[in-house]
Design a protein around this ligand. Structure first.
Ligand code: SF4
Ligand code: SF4
Length: 468
C-alpha cells in the first residue's frame, strides 16, 4: 500500500496562464483507488467532524477502494448536494482533512476532497447511471417514497447555501422555488469563482440535478422588487434567505472613483458570468497591462490570476505577511507560480491618476504588532515610507457585506451593525418562519460553511413543517 498521499496533477503554470481551463486535473482511477486504500476506515472517523455537511467520509472512501464508484457516488450524494463543487473549492485542508488521523504522519492526510471530486466527476461522466439515479429519485418522489407533503418553501438566492437547503427540502417532500435575481443560478459559484477553479458546466450540472428533483428556479426575480418578502411568506410555510454578501468593502481612500478601479466583485462578475474573457462576449473587460490587487483572500487570488490570464503583470498588495494571508495555501502557491508578485507589508493610502484614469497606488510600509481584537496581528504604519506602485488597473478585494436592502425584506428582520442577519442556532431569524444562512448571516465566508448553514436551516424547517 502507498503510504504517501497521491498528488493531484495540474496544468503547468506556463501553459495555464494562457487559458481559462481548469488548473487542477483530478485523479485518474488508479490514483483514486490508491488514495482510497490509504484510509484506515477509523471507527470514530474524526474526519467526519470536520465536514459541515456531514459527508460519511469513510463510507464513500471504502467504496472507492472496492472500485464501486456508483456506490461511492450514491453515498456522497446522499449527504452532499454539491459534491463536484465541494471536491474543488472546499478548504479541505482546514476542514475534513485537518482532522484525518493520517495528517499526523509523514504520508499526510487522506486526500478526501480529491476523492470526492473523483466520485462526483465519475458520476457526471456516466450519464446513464446518473440518469438512472435521478430517475430513481424522481420516481421515488412520485411513488410516495418521498411523498410531497403539500407544503412549499421559498429560497431567496441560488448560491451554495440556497441550493443545499433546496435539495434537503425537496428530498423531504417540500415544493421548493428558488428566487435568483440574476439570469443564471449558482450565486457566487457562477459569478464569483473563475472557470479555471470551478468550470461553470459543473455548476450547471449540479443545478440540473436539483431541477430533476423538482426544485423550481425563478431567475431574473429580485425579491423585494419583483416579489415581496411578505408575499413569499404568505404563499409558503417558510422562507430561507440565502442572498449572500454582494456589497463590496472599499478602501475609502482618495482616488477610489478613478477609471480603472474596480471591486473584485465587479471584475470577476464581468469575466465569469458575462464571459468577458471570451472574444465573442458582448461585455468587454477593462484592458490592463499592469494591475494591482489589494487583499489576500481567495477572491484576491482569483482576481489576480484572472488578470494574469488576461495579459497583465500583477502586483498583489497586502498589509500583513504571507503567514497571515487568508487565502487557501493552494491558491497562494498557484498565484505565485503564475507570476503574481506579492508586495507584502504594504498598505495603500491613496490611489493616484491622470485625466481621470488610475496610474498608481501610493502605499506605506507596515510593521506587524500584537494581535488585534480579530486575533490577527495589527499592521502599523512605518513613518516616512511612502512609495508608489504604478498600475493601470486596481482591484479592491477586501471582502463583502450583505446588501443593505436585505433588512427591508421582512418587517422586524433584525441585523447586526455590519448588516448581517441575526439568527438562532437553527438559522431562524427574528421573524417566525423566516430562516437565513450563508454569507448573509456570517459575512463573506466559504462555500462549505454556507452549505452547512443551508442544511441546518432545512432541517429546522423540516422538523417544524415536515411530515410528522
Ligand atoms: Fe471535506 Fe468539504 Fe467534502 Fe465535507 S464537503 S468531506 S469538508 S471536501
Ligand atoms: Fe480515513 Fe482519515 Fe477519516 Fe480515518 S480520519 S477514516 S484515515 S479519512
Amino acid at each position: 500500500m502507498k503510504t504517501g498521499r497521491n498528488m493531484m496533477p495540474h496544468q503547468a503554470a506556463g501553459k495555464r496562464i494562457k487559458n481559462f481551463d481548469e488548473v487542477a486535473l483530478g485523479f485518474g482511477k488508479e490514483a483514486a483507488v490508491s488514495e482510497a486504500s490509504r484510509c484506515l476506515n477509523c471507527k470514530n472517523a474524526p474526519c467526519k467532524g470536520g465536514c459541515p455537511v456531514g459527508v460519511d467520509i469513510p463510507r464513500f472512501i471504502a467504496r472507492v477502494k472496492e472500485k464501486d464508484f456508483d456506490g461511492a457516488a450514491e453515498s456522497v450524494n446522499s449527504d452532499n448536494a454539491l459534491p463536484a463543487i465541494c471536491g474543488r473549492v472546499c478548504p479541505q485542508e482546514r476542514q475534513c482533512e485537518a482532522r484525518c488521523v493520517l495528517g499526523r504522519t509523514a504520508g499526510g492526510s487522506v486526500a478526501i476532497g480529491a476523492l470526492e471530486r473523483y466520485v462526483a466527476d465519475y458520476s457526471a461522466a456516466h450519464p446513464a447511471i446518473s440518469e438512472a439515479v435521478a430517475k430513481d429519485e424522481r420516481s421515488a418522489a412520485a411513488s410516495g417514497a418521498v411523498a410531497k407533503n403539500g407544503r412549499s418553501v421559498a429560497v431567496i438566492g441560488s448560491g451554495p447555501s440556497g441550493l443545499t437547503a433546496a435539495a434537503e427540502l425537496a428530498q423531504a417532500g417540500f415544493s421548493v422555488t428558488v428566487y435568483e435575481s440574476l439570469h443564471e443560478a449558482g450565486g457566487v459559484l457562477t459569478y464569483g469563482i473563475p472557470e479555471f477553479r470551478l468550470p461553470k458546466a459543473l455548476v450547471k450540472h449540479e443545478i440540473d440535478k436539483l431541477a430533476a428533483l423538482g426544485v423550481e428556479f425563478s431567475r431574473n426575480t429580485p425579491v423585494g422588487n419583483a416579489v415581496t418578502g411578505a408575499e413569499l411568506l404568505e404563499k409558503n410555510c417558510a422562507v430561507f434567505i440565502a442572498a449572500g454578501a454582494g456589497l463590496p468593502v472599499f478602501l475609502n481612500v482618495k482616488g477610489e472613483n478613478l477609471n480603472g478601479v474596480f471591486s473584485a466583485n465587479e471584475y470577476l462578475t464581468r469575466v465569469n458570468l458575462m464571459r468577458a474573457y471570451d472574444g465573442r462576449s458582448d461585455t468587454p473587460v477593462y484592458a490592463s497591462k499592469n494591475a494591482v490587487i489589494v487583499g489576500a483572500g481567495n477572491v484576491a487570488m482569483d482576481a489576480a490570476r484572472t488578470a494574469r490570464r488576461l495579459g497583465a503583470e500583477v502586483n498583489l498588495v497586502y498589509r500583513r505577511t504571507r503567514a497571515e494571508m487568508p487565502a487557501r495555501a493552494e491558491e497562494i502557491v498557484h498565484a505565485e507560480e503564475e507570476g503574481v508578485k506579492f508586495r507584502l507589508l504594504n498598505a495603500p493610502v491613496e490611489i493616484i491618476g491622470e485625466y481621470g484614469r488610475v496610474t498608481g497606488v501610493r502605499c506605506v510600509d507596515t510593521v506587524l504588532g500584537e494581535p488585534d481584537a480579530s486575533g490577527r496581528r495589527a499592521a502599523g504604519e512605518v513613518p516616512e515610507s511612502e512609495h508608489i506602485i504604478p498600475c493601470d488597473m486596481l482591484i479592491v478585494a477586501l471582502g463583502t457585506t450583505p446588501n443593505p436592502m436585505i433588512k427591508n425584506l421582512f418587517e422586524g428582520l433584525k441585523t447586526t451593525a455590519k448588516g448581517t442577519i441575526i439568527t438562532d442556532e437553527n438559522g431562524e431569524t427574528s421573524v417566525k418562519n423566516v430562516f437565513a444562512g450563508g454569507d448573509a448571516v456570517t459575512g463573506a465566508a466559504t462555500v462549505i460553511l454556507a452549505m452547512g448553514a443551508g442544511k441546518v436551516a432545512a432541517k429546522a424547517i423540516i422538523a417544524r413543517h415536515g411530515k410528522k
